[in-house]
Design a protein around this ligand. Structure first.
Ligand code: AMP
Length: 279
């Protein structure tokens, strides 16, 4: 396993693999790796000749009031996880190499970037779409792996990739959960024990909603779930929306396959989760 910190060096290596006909998989992450990330890595290692994991806490997707500086950076542990899982290259560029001071080019997926999480994090998805575009160009990846945990992000990247004709195929990967049901997230590390036990309610409520959706109306399911979410102590809901699995438009009563997505604060930690619901 090689650790590459220089953008041009990785691009050179990636071009070499492209010329030699190797299929390259990219797993973009911000580090603080957990079992969710590992599931993406395992998929790439299985599908692709070469697996590149990028570890980059992307400054341009954080607002000034967010946790960019505080974001966990357990580099040694992350590298051990990558090595154990047969990653070929770990790409760890500096913020300055990716976004030098005079940087001014951004990618925006209009409409999708300003709903749901975008309402509360206005510059977030512009930052995500921009960094992912750069990572696609630097890595020349044939496939890139994204978790369905960040469902809105996945939809934005899919649309961006299609509309900008990137050669990289997007591979959606299922949400990996702890035994308790809580979705793995780097932000879980910030939860106190008490907050963690409160946060277990989120996946439980979503699971119950998915079960009820089989034979109850959309509006009843949504109302019941929101009432339960509101009752979680020490919490604040940013949003709880049932949307089309295709394009994130608000679900209507005729839809048979939808996604219930929530963003909720438990104490000072903002958690997101979602579940697919089918009739
Ligand atoms: P992050 O490091 O949080 O930016 O996440 C990097 C990638 O891992 C994204 O594509 C996430 O959707 C994915 N991911 C994070 N948590 C999970 C999870 N619990 N299950 C599956 N994928 C995940």
């Amino acid at each position: 396993m090689k650790v590459i910190k220089d953008v041009l060096q990785l691009q050179k290596i990636a071009f070499k693999h492209l010329r030699e006909g190797d299929e390259v998989g990219l797993v973009p992450t911000m580090g603080a790796l957990h079992n969710g990330h590992v599931s993406l890595i395992e998929k790439s290692v299985k599908n692709d000749d070469i697996t590149i994991v990028s570890i980059f806490v992307n400054p341009i997707q954080f607002s000034p009031d967010e946790d960019y500086l505080k974001y966990l950076r357990p580099v040694k542990k992350d590298l051990e996880i990558c090595k154990k899982n047969h990653v070929d290259y770990v790409f760890m560029p500096s913020a300055n190499d990716m976004f030098p001071q005079a940087y001014k080019t951004f990618v925006e997926v209009e409409a999708l970037q300003s709903i749901m999480c975008g309402v509360f994090r206005p510059i977030h998805f512009r930052g995500v779409a921009t960094v992912v575009s750069k990572l696609f160009n630097i890595s020349c990846a044939d496939r890139a792996y994204f978790g369905m945990k960040d469902f809105q992000q996945l939809k934005i990247i899919e649309k961006m990739s299609k509309e900008l004709n990137f050669r990289t195929k997007i591979v959606p990967c299922p949400i990996v959960r702890e035994k308790s049901g809580l979705a793995f997230s780097s932000r879980n590390f910030y939860l106190t024990n008490e907050e963690k036990s409160l946060s277990l309610n989120i996946s439980k409520i979503l699971k119950e909603a998915a079960k009820e959706f089989k034979n109850k109306s959309l509006s009843v399911v949504k109302k019941k779930a929101i009432n339960k979410l509101k009752k979680i102590p020490n919490s604040k809901i940013d949003y709880a929306e049932i949307v089309s699995i295709k394009d994130l438009s608000l679900a209507d009563k005729n839809m048979k396959k939808v996604v219930f997505a929530v963003a909720i604060w438990i104490g000072k930690v903002r958690l997101i989760d979602n579940t697919e619901m089918t009739k």
